[in-house]
Design a protein around this ligand. Structure first.
Ligand code: F6P
Length: 551
């Protein structure tokens, strides 16, 4: 590739007026017809519009899609150079061109024998060391300074060094070693570390300082606080039995005082939000052990293989991405909801928020020109059925159109009477209610049957009408497992990547976040310096002074 911007097509696909025109015509036609009618016309929609890959089934049939709109969306992917981009991603081209880096997180999911020679020794070495330490902790061989086994793991990190491991340890709790407690400290709010330490015993607690750069303010502050807490109770030499670190910056971990034997390197070609597959996943490995960690990687690898080889039309990450583009760029949706009917996935929406919004929250094309089309949407969500009783009202009757991804397992790890069947039914019911809604005639008929007066029917019926015709996708899997979680994460990673290719943006940098980091440092430095305070804007000045009165 001679193009230093790593653009995958000569002309951005989003600048093809004929194709976009056709997509808008499809929208008018399909939205006009309505999803309920689409099923009446073609009861076989499920068979036509679902895909299976890596243990997941994605039912796209309750979206405004038909064969001709699908073909035009696939054309968009072809025009954007998605096949070329997939090849560039997997072959380790420096497609993160603003940081001149590869984005080779997929290599971390490879088996030892499949790794490229250039990185094999290092990747295998770190992975094996991580799994060996995890095993020692799990079987009680890793002893704290006073000779007691470790029972509590505290991961100190933020962003990708927190959200991924925290989400995965929670998601895989049914596979976790009994007797081990996990905490995740991320916030610079001193309450987070203080409250966590209040639940820990220094003799049996192990801290993992997880930071790709080892310069992140929150992580370093919390790690220093944890170290001080330990040293207030145990002697200096205790640090080597109670602190591990994961970082690219081995110099900084040494300076912090972490025993080099306890440092697990990572590489600049692993982005923070893709790092749970590296030693940043140490807490996951401790929780689930080596065989299950291997299954987790295998799940991600199975989705990689599918993404790399399946034709675009049968390619789940590609179709997922295209439906997202359809919703954002053609239907004008500004947000995407993720509702997990799986208590294990409580943290999954928060994890996806970083993956999606830190990646595609961009408005400059790869070539430096501003984009002329909408890019990433606001991603949000929670766990069903809880969310039904909080914000689903907005889905059903609110003004914004919000496409939903529902995630649901077929089986539970904890069968209790018919509760899992109830959970599953609720998920299907939400998707169906979004699609079918409720028209005025049926609302009135029901009210009349209950003997409601005509005056009250006229007053109340309009409020009880549910418009329906709202899109949703259902992702089904047998039940949560390391392999399923690996596949789910890889699905969304690749979806985000394909969207970035269509929008012609770089999903692997995050300069906006860097600005906030820099400015917080500047304000912090100004807080006790009257000359610097005076140079701040009026609002910031007033609030700094307010703070200084209290502190
Ligand atoms: O929030 C910005 C960011 O750079 C993320 O991309 C990253 O996951 C997080 O900070 C933490 O960074 P580090 O692992 O270097 O501490």
């Amino acid at each position: 590739m001679s193009n230093p911007n790593f653009e995958f097509s000569t002309q951005p696909a989003m600048k093809n007026p004929e194709l976009l025109n056709r997509l808008h015509q499809h929208r008018a036609r399909l939205q006009g017809m309505g999803l309920k009618t689409a099923f009446q016309h073609d009861p076989d929609r499920f068979n036509q519009f679902h895909l299976r890959a890596a243990g997941l089934l994605a039912d796209y049939s309750k979206n405004h899609i038909d064969e001709s709109s699908r073909q035009d969306l696939l054309q968009l992917a072809e025009d954007a150079g998605v096949p070329k981009a997939i090849n560039a991603l997997f072959s380790g081209q420096p497609i993160n061109h603003t940081e001149k880096r590869m984005a080779l997180h997929t290599a971390l999911r490879l088996q030892d024998s499949e790794l490229p020679a250039a990185s094999a020794v290092e990747v295998i070495g770190v992975r094996n060391r991580m799994l060996a330490v995890a095993e020692q902790i799990r079987n009680g061989q890793w002893l704290g300074h006073t000779g007691k086994p470790i029972t509590t793991i505290v991961n100190i990190g933020v962003g990708g060094s927190d959200l991924g491991p925290m989400m995965a340890v929670q998601a895989l709790q049914d596979f976790s070693q009994p007797g081990l407690n996990f905490h995740f400290v991320s916030n610079i709010d001193p309450a987070h570390i203080s409250i966590t330490l209040g639940q820990c015993d220094p003799e049996t607690t192990l801290f993992i300082v997880a930071s790709k750069t080892f310069t992140t303010l929150e992580t370093l502050a919390n790690a220093h606080a944890a170290r001080q807490w330990l040293l207030n109770r145990l002697e200096e030499t205790a640090v080597s039995r109670h602190f591990l670190a994961v970082s690219v910056n081995v110099k900084a971990t040494n300076a912090f005082g972490i025993d080099p034997a306890n440092v697990f390197p990572m590489w600049d070609w692993v982005g923070g939000r893709y790092s749970l597959w590296s030693a940043i996943g140490m807490s996951i490995a401790i929780a689930i052990g080596a065989p299950a960690f291997a299954a987790f990687l295998a799940g991600g690898r199975a989705m990689d293989e599918h993404f790399r080889t399946a034709p675009l039309m049968h390619n789940m990450p590609v179709m997922h991405a295209l439906l997202g583009v359809w919703h954002i760029n053609v239907m004008g949706c500004q947000s995407q909801a993720i509702i997990c009917y799986d208590q294990n996935l409580t943290q999954f929406p928060a994890y996806l928020q970083q993956l999606d919004m830190e990646s595609n929250g961009k408005s400059v094309q790869r070539n430096g020109k501003p984009v002329e089309w909408q890019t990433g949407a606001v991603l949000w969500g929670g766990v069903g059925t809880n969310t039904q009783h909080s914000f689903h009202q907005l889905f059903h009757q609110g003004a914004p159109l919000i496409p939903v991804d529902f995630l649901v397992p077929l089986r539970s790890h904890h069968p209790v009477d018919a509760q899992h069947a109830q959970l599953f039914s609720n998920c299907l019911a939400q998707s169906q209610a979004l699609m079918e809604g409720r028209d005025r005639a049926s609302v009135e008929a029901e009210m009349r049957a209950k003997g409601v007066s005509e005056a009250d029917i006229a007053l109340i019926a309009p409020h009880r009408v549910i418009p329906g015709n709202k899109p949703s996708t259902i992702l089904v899997y047998e039940r949560m497992s390391p392999a399923i979680l690996g596949a789910l994460i890889a699905l969304y990673e690749h979806k985000v990547f394909v969207q970035s290719v269509i929008w012609n943006i770089n999903p692997f940098d995050q300069w906006g976040v860097e600005l906030g980091k820099q400015m917080s440092g500047e304000i912090f430095a100004a807080m006790n310096d009257e000359d610097k305070i005076k140079r701040l804007d009026g609002s910031t000045q007033a609030l700094v002074r307010l703070f200084n009165v209290q502190n």
